[in-house]
Design a protein around this ligand. Structure first.
Ligand code: HEM
Length: 455
């Protein structure tokens, strides 16, 4: 335990499991610290702060966040998550909370839109992520994963997170953009890398355009211009490609949809924004879940043997259960948030317009009544049916549920198969890891180091 863990753990009394009685016109209780401190605790120390607030204030609590001390009410029970996910999307907005990503993803990004605009974009993007489309992407993942994994050095510890990041980036460039030409990939790689690694500090200060002539802001703007040039060239070329209808990548699919039943097809600027969104949302998230999965398998020889058997026998269900359990035990994204455009009652509590509400993924995944023996890594829990509704929510829910959920599970299963067919996975002697906040995601602090040996 760190000092911060201990300080949060000591907070009393113990109210988890109870919903506080809320007087009419009041929000659920929460800390009275300045909103700057609460925001820092929520963002920087979420793995200690959120469980501590749950213990102290019960199953629903309010955190005050910057810049204006606005209320964020966090819910930890499945029935409350259900109410939020089922909320009318006209009144439960998700896009506003993601506004910070605007400078990079662009105004048309699925993540930033709400209401009718969101509905239209989602409808146009969905076919590129349905079951048939996912089957079409699998060969690309097999190729990329096979070539990555075959280069691993045996007997020497390495950060699996870094290797998984490189792998998922390569997959997303090929699957999303459909670029296979090595020369073009080499040009694209550093531009994409720099885009996905842009720091929140750069984004936070985006409101001051004069900064864009200096330091990291100038570098970001220059990089974005170069990436846009390549992307618009790729879009123009692909629009004219004679084999467009036969191509299986996301860009080609997006160019082929729309135009029917009065739905205008995606314009170039929209395509650009959605592609950058997929790139950013779909790369580090899956890499993180994969690296935790390798870490957990490396910790337990019996689990490893079971997963290797699944890989040998092509038992995708078991490997998918490994990915799901990895995402349960180590949620990549800690919560989802909706901004109330109108007053709404959730869990019997009235919330005024302007309140932010959201289920805590961290707590939902760690509650023993949702997942018995919650600290243990047990893929078997996902084998015989699904856990009760809204207790496993790594991808959020409702009309905003992650569009890449199926993609990420398919990618995870395929990569695990390529690793486990070849290697025994172990942890370096005495090695342990725990989560650390990186931008909005939580990643293994020490990179989930592993050692592999040929089987
Ligand atoms: C382990 C992997 C992943 C995790 C944990 C994850 C998690 C999430 C979460 C929590 C949300 C918000 C859902 C909500 O508000 O209810 C989301 C949305 C989204 N994700 Fe993922 N994601 C993953 C992989 C991917 C991949 C592979 C892609 C694309 C290739 C992707 C694209 C998106 C997009 C575009 C949205 C916005 C959906 C909308 O607003 O309609 N994600 N994801």
């Amino acid at each position: 335990m760190t000092v911060t863990d201990e300080r949060f753990a000591k907070m009393k009394p113990f109210n988890a499991g109870r919903v506080p009685r809320i007087p009419t016109g009041r929000l659920p209780p929460g800390p009275h610290w300045p909103s700057l401190l609460q925001s820092i605790a929520l963002v920087r120390f979420r793995h200690q702060f959120v469980p501590a607030m749950h213990r102290r204030y019960g199953d629903v609590f309010t955190v005050r966040i910057m810049p204006k001390g606005s209320a964020l009410v966090l819910f930890t029970r499945p029935e409350h998550a259900k109410e939020i996910f089922a909320g009318d999307p006209e009144h439960f907005h998700a896009g506003k909370g993601n506004a910070i990503l605007g400078p990079i993803m662009g105004e048309h990004s699925l993540l930033l839109q709400d209401s009718a605009e969101h509905r239209r974009a989602r409808k146009l993007l969905m076919p590129a992520f349905n079951g048939a489309a996912l089957r079409g992407y699998r060969d690309v993942v097999v190729d990329v994963a096979g070539s990555e994994v075959s280069r691993w050095q045996t007997g020497a510890a390495f950060r699996s997170l870094d290797r998984m990041n490189a792998l998922t980036l390569e997959v997303i460039m090929r699957v999303v953009f459909g670029v296979t030409d090595e020369e073009r990939l080499a040009r694209l790689r550093p531009l994409v890398n720099q885009t996905v690694n842009v720091s929140p500090a750069v984004l936070l200060a985006w409101g001051y355009p004069f900064l864009q002539r200096f330091g990291p802001w100038k570098t970001t703007v220059d990089n974005q211009h170069r990436l846009d040039e390549v992307m618009y060239a790729e879009i123009a070329e692909r629009r004219a490609a004679p084999d467009l209808a036969e191509r299986a990548d996301v860009l080609s699919r997006l160019l082929s949809v729309g135009g029917s039943d009065g739905e205008p097809p995606l314009a170039d600027e929209e395509l650009r924004d959605q592609l950058v969104t997929l790139l950013l949302a779909g790369h580090e998230t899956t890499a993180t879940a994969l690296s935790w999965a390798l870490y957990e398998l490396g910790r337990d020889r019996a689990q490893l043997a079971r997963a290797q058997r699944a890989a040998d026998e092509g038992d995708d269900d078991y490997l998918e259960a490994v990915m799901k359990e990895s995402m349960r035990l180590h949620p990549v994204i800690p919560m989802v948030v909706r901004h109330l455009m109108r007053p709404a009652t959730i869990g019997g509590i009235d919330h005024p317009a302007g309140t932010n509400v959201g289920p805590s993924i961290l707590i939902a995944h760690a509650r023993a009544e949702n997942h018995p023996d919650p600290d243990a890594f047990r893929p078997e829990r996902f084998l015989h049916g699904s856990p009760p509704p809204n207790t496993w929510i790594p991808f959020g829910g409702g009309v905003r549920r992650c569009i890449g959920a199926g993609f990420s599970l398919m990618e995870g299963v395929t990569v695990l198969q390529e690793v486990l067919k070849r290697y025994d996975v172990a942890l370096p002697a005495g090695f342990t890891d725990r989560p650390m906040v990186r931008n909005i995601t939580s990643v293994p602090r020490r990179g989930a180091r592993i050692v592999v040996h040929h089987r």
